[in-house]
Ligand binder design. Structure first.
Ligand code: HEC
Ligand code: HEC
Length: 361
């Protein structure tokens, strides 16, 4: 009798164990941190707060190949807002990167010279805090803001100029010539120095918000809900990609990381959504497939993310909640509950910030 019971009980125990095991795995456990522990998780992962003083800013962000100076930053600012850099003198950098509204244009796809849309249906990313990134553009193809600035000026669907045209126009303007001469060794305005001046200005476009105050020690800067969202973000794997002072921009990563055949099976029966040919969990508008066409994208910067809808490289998603759901399912393999999604969005609100008014010396 004993011998007979044994396997039966064993099977029951084994089945029960198998059923509860997934819930006991570390990744399923939701960590509870006190404020100091939560802060340390971020800080120890190099997720530091934005500097408040110009001296600190220089330590963090100055480029030895393009040292910042008061005059260079002022010149870069003037160029950033000057429509002279576009073919028909109607577009400036701020046309697509509105500093007061999250540093982007709030459109799904960027529209430039004579209403031309970005041919890959690319969404304008924010310029705010972009200087903190390790690479620029959705495929990470520019190494820094100085190199990046040459791109939009020349793109036929953005400002549509050649470097020679830019040089000619600026050299015909004696005020600009004098300003460049006072800063750079060259006698004339060069395209390279245009890029450098704009880059120096962009290095000052950093924003601070409640999240920074919390990192700096103010426990009441964030609500309990936002802290729970931040805990999820820090412990469930989001931080693995969206990291550093800019909360993103530090690496190029695969997206989507996971595939669920069931998604695509379901689509066979829903003719409304044209995702059958999309490698993404959203419409493949524009056909852009990232670096080397292998679904590798520069990880977006999440500072000010609540202000930069629509989302993803092609602007296919409007709702931040849906974006967080997609990320949790496809990037960390653990779909967040609606409550968890709200918590993460509450955390994202603390990443909203104001431009720091540096006392530039
Ligand atoms: C027509 C709209 C448009 C104009 C004008 C424009 N941009 Fe952009 N910007 C974009 C788009 C779209 C991208 C993404 C392109 C890509 O990834 O290939 C981008 C990317 C960037 C990035 C990279 C951000 C990141 O995190 O990767 C920076 C920085 C930037 N632009 C700065 C500028 C500057 C400086 C100017 C003016 C010289 C400018 N932009 C003009 C639309 C525009
Ligand atoms: C393996 C790296 C990786 C992980 C882990 C990851 N992300 Fe992302 N995330 C990306 C990439 C790459 C994109 C850009 C995808 C695209 O635009 O096609 C992105 C895009 C986003 C966006 C949209 C940004 C924008 O400007 O359009 C948000 C918001 C976001 N992620 C939040 C999260 C959250 C929350 C988590 C954790 C649940 C997470 N991510 C985990 C790599 C990652």
């Amino acid at each position: 009798m004993k011998k007979l019971l044994h396997p039966v009980i064993l099977t029951i125990i084994m089945t029960a164990l198998l059923l509860v095991l997934p819930y006991m795995l570390p990744s399923r456990v939701i960590k509870v941190f006190d404020d100091e522990q939560l802060r340390q998780v971020a800080l120890s992962g190099n997720m530091l707060s934005i500097p408040t003083s110009y001296e600190k800013l220089l330590e963090v962000i100055d480029n030895p190949q393009n040292p910042m100076s008061k005059e260079k930053i002022a010149l870069g600012k003037e160029l950033f807002f000057d429509t002279l850099l576009s073919k028909d003198k109607s577009i400036n950098c701020a046309s697509c990167h509105v500093l007061e509204e999250g540093g982007d244009d709030n459109m799904a796809v960027a529209v430039g010279h004579q209403g031309r849309k970005n041919p890959f249906h690319l969404n304008s990313p924010t310029v705010l805090n972009a200087a903190l990134a390790q690479s620029q553009f959705w495929n990470g193809s520019a190494i820094d803001v100085e190199e990046q600035a040459g791109g939009p000026i020349q793109a036929p669907f953005e400002m549509n100029m050649t470097p020679q045209e830019v040089e000619q126009r600026l050299n015909a303007d004696s005020v600009y010539v004098a300003k460049f001469k006072a800063i750079f060794p060259q006698k004339k305005v060069t395209f390279e120095n245009v890029r450098k001046a704009i880059g120096a200005y962009e290095r000052t476009l950093l924003t601070r918000g409640a999240y920074d105050d919390f990192l700096d020690g103010n426990n009441s800067a964030m609500s309990p809900e936002a802290k729970r969202g931040m805990t999820l973000f820090m412990t469930k794997g989001c931080k693995g990609c969206h990291t550093g002072m800019s909360v993103g921009g530090q690496s190029v990563q695969k997206f989507p990381l996971r595939n669920y055949p069931s998604d695509y099976l379901g689509l066979l029966f829903s003719p409304d959504i044209n995702l059958k040919n999309s490698p993404f969990p959203f419409e493949n508008k524009g056909g852009f497939l990232g670096r080397n066409n292998i679904l590798e994208f520069r990880v977006p910067i999440l500072r000010n993310i609540t202000k930069t809808a629509p989302y993803f490289h092609n602007g296919a998603e409007e709702e931040l909640e849906e974006v967080v759901r997609i990320m949790s399912k496809y990037q960390i393999g653990e779909e967040f509950s609606p409550k968890q999604i709200d918590e993460v969005v509450a955390f994202f609100k603390t990443l909203e910030g104001e431009l720091v008014k540096y006392e530039i010396k």
